[in-house]
Design a protein around this ligand. Structure first.
Ligand SMILES: NC(=O)c1ccc[n+]([C@@H]2O[C@H](COP(=O)([O-])OP(=O)(O)OC[C@H]3O[C@@H](n4cnc5c(N)ncnc54)[C@H](OP(=O)(O)O)[C@@H]3O)[C@@H](O)[C@H]2O)c1
Length: 275
């Protein structure tokens, strides 16, 4: 249940905004305190009809109406969107600014908006679109505890939230949780291919793989055991699973994950230089 209510404006009504606002409204957040802007009208009409939020094609109108502004446009549009807000929005530095755009650092927003803004960066991941997201959050030192708990509640509506110490940690979280769904899909697709290679049709192979992934994830969440111990629990000595695991270990699965995460962190750091 929502414990704090503030007027909150979303700039950009894309997939992520629709999911976050949907999550907030279904957790009991009053829709008349939510404002959304977008250039094209179709998404706004859909959100007004289904979620009963205020909508406008004018970013400044919703930003002026709100105490919290969530920037939810693509990173390449962010500089222009912010510049227009500085020209058209009063008391920007009194408002809490939140961004969900990948890659752009808080220091850049200080240049785009004002050196005096108070800001939270959130890094959601794609499963947020089905309410099972993992969002990393980082705040600058002007953000209050009340600001943090307000934004935590908003993003808890689309999954789990994890505060990190600084933006370097957010790059690491992005390399694990932001990119992670792709790693899991890659692994799932490879298991599916292995089943197909042994004669299964693709649909049946997919059903086996996805249900197994879901079951394993839910067991991991429900259990207090370390992941490695859970793995051991389903690996009887001399059994078939042990033979399968031997193959993963022979190709050093830890090394593969270590290289993948380091490569993604490096790319996150490089991308921060682009904007
Ligand atoms: N989707 C994810 O899983 C994910 C994960 C992590 C982070 N993010 C970040 O979240 C942000 C939004 O992602 P998304 O997936 O929701 O993207 P999206 O579906 O493409 O939504 C972006 C929205 O911004 C609107 N827009 C374009 N120009 C605008 C402007 N000048 N003012 C206001 N709105 C404008 C677009 O409207 P039109 O379509 O009408 O042009 C579109 O509805 C991005 O920065 C992305 O990096 C997304």
């Amino acid at each position: 249940m929502t414990t704090q209510v503030r007027k909150i404006a979303f700039i950009g009504a894309g997939n992520m905004t629709q999911s976050i606002v949907g999550g907030m409204v279904s957790s009991g957040y009053p829709s008349d305190q939510i404002y959304v802007s977008n250039p094209s009208v179709g998404k706004l009409e859909k959100m007004a009809d289904s979620l009963h939020v205020h909508t406008s094609q004018d970013n400044a109108e919703v930003a002026n109406a709100a105490d919290v502004i969530v920037l939810a446009v693509k990173p390449q549009l962010m500089a222009d969107v912010c510049k227009a807000l500085t020209e058209q929005v009063e008391n920007l530095t009194d408002k809490l600014i939140v961004t969900i755009a990948a890659g752009i650092r808080i220091e850049k927003y200080r240049q785009y908006l004002s050196p005096d803004i108070r800001m939270i960066r959130v890094m959601p991941n794609t499963p947020s679109l089905v309410g099972k997201g993992m969002s990393g959050l980082v705040a600058d030192d002007r953000v209050t505890d009340a600001d943090k708990s307000f934004i935590t509640e908003a993003f808890d509506g689309v999954g789990a939230t994890l505060w990190v110490a600084d933006e370097d940690e957010l790059d690491i979280l992005g390399a694990v949780a932001g990119s992670g769904p792709a790693y899991f899909f890659e692994f799932m697709a490879s298991l599916q291919k292995a089943a197909v290679a042994l004669g299964f049709d693709s649909d049946k192979a997919r059903t086996m793989v996805q249900q197994t992934a879901l079951g394993a994830a839910e067991m991991a969440i429900a259990s207090d055991l370390e992941l490695e111990d859970l793995r051991k629990q389903v690996t009887s000595k001399g059994g078939s699973t042990a033979k399968g695991i031997e193959q993963y270990q022979a190709f050093d699965i830890d090394k593969i994950s270590d290289s993948a995460v380091k490569a993604a962190v490096k790319r996150n750091q490089e991308m921060a230089e682009l904007f």
